[in-house]
Design a protein around this ligand. Sequence first.
Ligand code: DQA
Length: 147
Amino acid sequence: MNTATVLVLNGPNLGRLGTREPDVYGSGTLDDLRSLLADDAPELTVDVRQTDDEATLLGWLHEAADSGDPVILNAGAWTHYSYALRDAVALVTKSGGTVIEVHLSNPHAREEFRHTSVISAVASGVIAGFGFGSYRLALAHIRRIGR
Ligand code: DQA
């Protein structure tokens, strides 16, 4: 295990977890997610962030490209159409870094526009449909392989 920090990056509207469509996204908040992941990986710094600003998310991915820190990414709706985000994910993965795309819901079981992810093809892997379990599975993978 040589990973010290895992970045858990969340895009638009995910700061409203807990009250946002709980039937779809569950009733847990981002703080609940933060504690769950910290408990899962006490040996790591699990840095959970959220932004509604696309430029900020791009900056965090650039930071990951430089640091080599593995990333768990829930890009929210940007997943479906942001080519800038796709390019930033590629920048990380094509230089040997890890970006695991996660979703709380299963976008394939929802509206048609959610069936397309412009980032999946350049992500290291994709986990969707398990609520906070999607993040926990991604973190378990990173812990197991060490990056
Ligand atoms: C989401 C799915 C997206 O379609 C949606 O826009 C979100 C959340 C999920 O975690 O299930 O904001 O990424």
